[in-house]
Ligand binder design. Structure first.
Ligand code: PAF
Length: 295
């Protein structure tokens, strides 16, 4: 994507049609568009996606939309942090060009009857514990891609399964957008940045660092030569259990492409964890064989 001279004036949009027109005009003028889809409550992880978009594209668009269809009944849709004014100010300060912040009615007709579903990949890991979650994600991201004609869209590797599912959707539907995965950004003690961290009490938050510690330790053990996935999982489970989570959904060593469980760590693999602390479901992952940064 070539970078040419800018610059749009900053705007906040809530109508899909206006955003489409604005960006189609920009593209006609030869400007490249980078897109960072978010559910708001922006944190350092989102900032790094925005920085990546700025470094590659002329215009940067951030969407802020808490997508109801990716939350199952009983999940934390109502509790999910919402702070649009703060998000808008952050985007303005970071040099974002357009914030798209639609309401639910703008994104979903009352009688909407179309779902975008990626098979296979969505049935494992989080998909097995959050039925329908990825259908909600792919449906909304596909719609966002219709609204924001982006050259490149940026997603965090913290949501590794989501990243793989979106890449597959884009490939299968021949969507003309490049998907870029960006490294997980961590807090000082290693906990991955997540909008949900704001919902953790100080005590619970300090226990949740066990997730990061188990990734680092697993990486170290694999680097030292361990190849048995079961050994890695057992060690990680023991460490995480000692931090008294409310629930462990999964601790899995999976093939980095298919997300299927592996018995041995021979090719590219990923250790993925999903654990609930104090009512807050946290996920994290690491490529085994590679060091985990705290960046
Ligand atoms: O990762 C997220 O914040 C959301 O799942 C996404 C991709 C913005 C879709 O709602």
């Amino acid at each position: 994507v070539s970078k040419t001279t800018k610059k749009a004036s900053f705007s906040v949009q809530n109508r899909a049609k206006n955003v489409q027109e604005l960006l189609q005009n920009a593209r006609k003028r030869g400007l490249s568009v980078g897109f960072v889809p978010t559910m708001g409550a922006l944190h350092a992880g989102h900032c790094s996606l925005i920085e990546s978009a700025k470094s590659r594209c002329d215009w940067v668009v951030v969407s802020v939309f808490v997508n109801p269809t990716q939350f199952a009944a009983g999940e934390d849709l109502d509790r999910y942090p919402r702070q649009l004014e703060r998000d808008v100010e952050l985007c303005r300060a970071m040099g974002v060009d357009v914030v798209f912040a639609p309401d639910v009615a703008e994104m979903y007709a009352d009688d909407a009857a179309t779902t975008v579903r990626v098979g296979g990949l969505t049935e494992r890991l989080c998909g097995a514990f959050r039925p329908g979650h990825f259908d909600g994600v792919t449906t909304v991201v596909c719609k966002l891609f219709q609204i924001v004609p982006a050259d490149v869209a940026f997603f965090g590797e913290k949501d590794y399964q989501q990243l793989m599912v979106i890449k597959r959707m884009v490939r299968d539907l021949l969507l003309p957008v490049e998907i870029v995965g960006c490294p997980t950004v961590r807090e000082r003690d290693g906990l991955a940045h997540s909008s949900r961290n704001a919902l953790l009490s100080a005590v619970v938050r300090s226990r949740a660092v066990a997730l990061y510690e188990s990734l680092v330790e697993s990486s170290r053990v694999v680097a030292a030569g361990e190849r048995r996935a079961a050994t890695i999982v057992d060690r990680a489970r023991a460490h995480i259990s000692a931090s008294h989570p409310s629930r462990i959904d999964y601790i899995s060593v999976v093939d980095a492409c298919t997300l299927e469980d592996v018995e041995r760590i021979d090719g590219p693999t990923r250790l993925c964890v999903a654990v609930v602390y104090g009512g807050c479901r946290l996920i994290d992952n690491v490529a085994l064989g590679a060091p985990v940064g705290t960046g």
